[in-house]
Structure formats: C-alpha cells, structure tokens
Design a protein around this ligand. Structure first.
Ligand SMILES: NC(=O)c1ccc[n+]([C@@H]2O[C@H](COP(=O)([O-])OP(=O)(O)OC[C@H]3O[C@@H](n4cnc5c(N)ncnc54)[C@H](OP(=O)(O)O)[C@@H]3O)[C@@H](O)[C@H]2O)c1
Length: 246
C-alpha cells in the first residue's frame, strides 16, 4: 500500500499471533514498526529480526500495557527512536474463559487490566502523542455479537473497548485521527487454540460462511486497510472480521 510509506506504527502485543502478522504486513508496505511485548522477548526479537532481514525497519520495546508508566515509556521510546507515531494498533489481549460462578477476582482483574485498562492507557497517551491525521485500530472480538457461556468477562472487556473507541473517535477527530475496532472471529493463534480439542475447533470453524478458522493474515489485511489513507472516512465503527460468523 503506497500511501503508508514512511509512517510509523506501534502495535501492542506483536511478539506473537495476530499482532506479529500485523507487524510483518505493515513492514512489507513500507511502514516502520514498533513491536511491543510484555514477556515474550525472544519471539519479539524474531519478529524484529525478520522485518530487518526483509529490508524493513523495526524495534522491539517491552511494556506491559496494563501499567500506566510502562505505556508512557513505550510511547516516549518509540518517538525517540522513529520521531513520530502515526498508527496505533491495540492488539494486546488476554482471554481466560470461565463460568461466572467459578471466576476468581484474579481472573476478572487480569482481563480487565490488560484488555480495558491497557487500551485506556494507550488512548490517553495517543491523545497527545499520536501524530495528526493518524489512525487507531483497537481489538474487540466477535464474541460481543454472540452469547457463549464462559465468555462473560472476556466479552465484557471487549464491549468496553468498542464503546471507549467510539467515544474517543469523537474526541480526537478534530486532529484528523480515525478510530475503529476490529472484531475477529475464531483465529488460529495460541489464544484461540490452547486447550481445545480438534473436534471443538472443527465445530467452531464450521460456524462461519467459509467453514474454516480465520488466519492472522486475514485479520492483518483488514487492519492494514483501516490504517491506510483510503479508510480515513471510516471512524467510530466496529468491524466484524469473521467470515460472516456474526
Ligand atoms: N485468536 C482469536 O481467535 C481472537 C478472536 C477475537 C479477538 N482476538 C483478539 O485479538 C488480539 C490478538 O490475539 P491473538 O490471538 O493474536 O493472541 P495471542 O496469540 O495470545 O498473542 C497475544 C499477544 O499479546 C501480548 N500481550 C499479552 N499481554 C500483554 C500485556 N500485558 N502487555 C503487552 N502485550 C501483551 C502477547 O505478548 P507476550 O507474550 O509478550 O505477553 C502476545 O504478543 C487480542 O486482543 C484478542 O483478544 C483474538
């Protein structure tokens, strides 16, 4: 995508899964990339190295998105290195499923802290530190449109992200920044596959129009479009990326 040349993208949680693929696709289109991670340094280093080997520009920055001071440092280090940030992708997320009757305070707080407070932390930084005419893509999930037992807390965190994104879109629109949410359906990453039997995975995959799981590439292509100048008139929207599942 030619119009993303020389832009700088900060992708939270891009050491693995969908985030790592977004980093690779941005780099291929000429965007400089900040690969954020919380614990998976080796995986983040591999993403950065692969981008550089393929002629792109990337750095890795450790920061736990749920921590205010980490996120402030993440923005400052990214700007110190690349001079600006044009694109923020809030991809970092946790899914810890449980029936509400069995859920511990810890399980509730972990998901709220990473999925909701993490997005709040980065949006607050972005309100002054993202460049004018920038783009923000936040990650929700198709589970805000379905009603699956055990997804109560996780889907509540994602519904909060969708609402916060719409409000934020109206708060920063005067700087030319558009803000949208992507809602992936089941996608073949650790987050979805871990702990599920092959039968269950096949059954879930059969619930969309194409009868297959989404791939990180499917989702990354949509994010790349939403970050492009061609998508500028789309803002405050929640966009299903789920092969027609819901
Ligand atoms: N896969 C699906 O089926 C699916 C469906 C709908 C929505 N989503 C959403 O899509 C996003 C990406 O999911 P995924 O499937 O790619 O997950 P994943 O494979 O588990 O990867 C999660 C990424 O987030 C990072 N991360 C976790 N906690 C973090 C924190 N506190 N601070 C910074 N980074 C953190 C991880 O890095 P570290 O290892 O370094 O912590 C990792 O890079 C999430 O928001 C998820 O909720 C996924």
């Amino acid at each position: 995508m030619s119009n993303s040349n020389q832009k700088v993208a900060l992708i939270t949680g891009s050491s693995r899964g969908i985030g790592a693929e977004i980093a690779q696709q941005f780099a291929k289109s000429g965007t400089k990339v900040v690969v954020n991670y919380s614990g998976s340094k080796d995986s983040a280093d591999k993403v950065v190295q692969s981008i550089i080997t393929n002629g792109g520009e990337a750095i890795g920055i450790q920061a736990d998105v749920s921590k205010t001071t980490d996120v402030s440092r993440l923005f400052d280090e990214a700007i110190a290195h690349f001079g600006r940030i044009d694109i923020l992708v809030n991809n970092a997320g946790l899914m810890l499923n449980s029936f509400i009757k069995d859920a511990t305070d810890d399980l509730f707080e972990k998901q709220m802290n990473v999925n909701v407070k993490g997005v709040f932390n980065t949006l607050r930084e972005a309100s002054t530190k993202l460049a004018d005419n920038g783009s923000i893509i936040n990650f929700s999930s198709t589970v805000t449109r379905t009603i699956f037992p055990t997804y109560g807390i996780y889907s509540a965190t994602k519904a909060a992200v969708e609402q916060m994104s719409k409000v934020f879109a109206k708060e920063v629109g005067d700087r030319g920044i558009n803000v949208n949410c992507v809602l992936p359906g089941p996608t073949s990453t650790d987050l979805f596959l871990k702990g599920k039997s092959e039968e269950l995975i096949a059954q879930i995959a059969s619930t969309n129009a194409f009868k297959r799981l989404g791939t990180p590439e499917d989702i990354a292509r949509i994010v790349t479009f939403l970050a492009s100048d061609d998508a500028k008139w789309i803002s405050a929207q929640s966009i299903g990326a789920n092969g027609g599942m819901a």
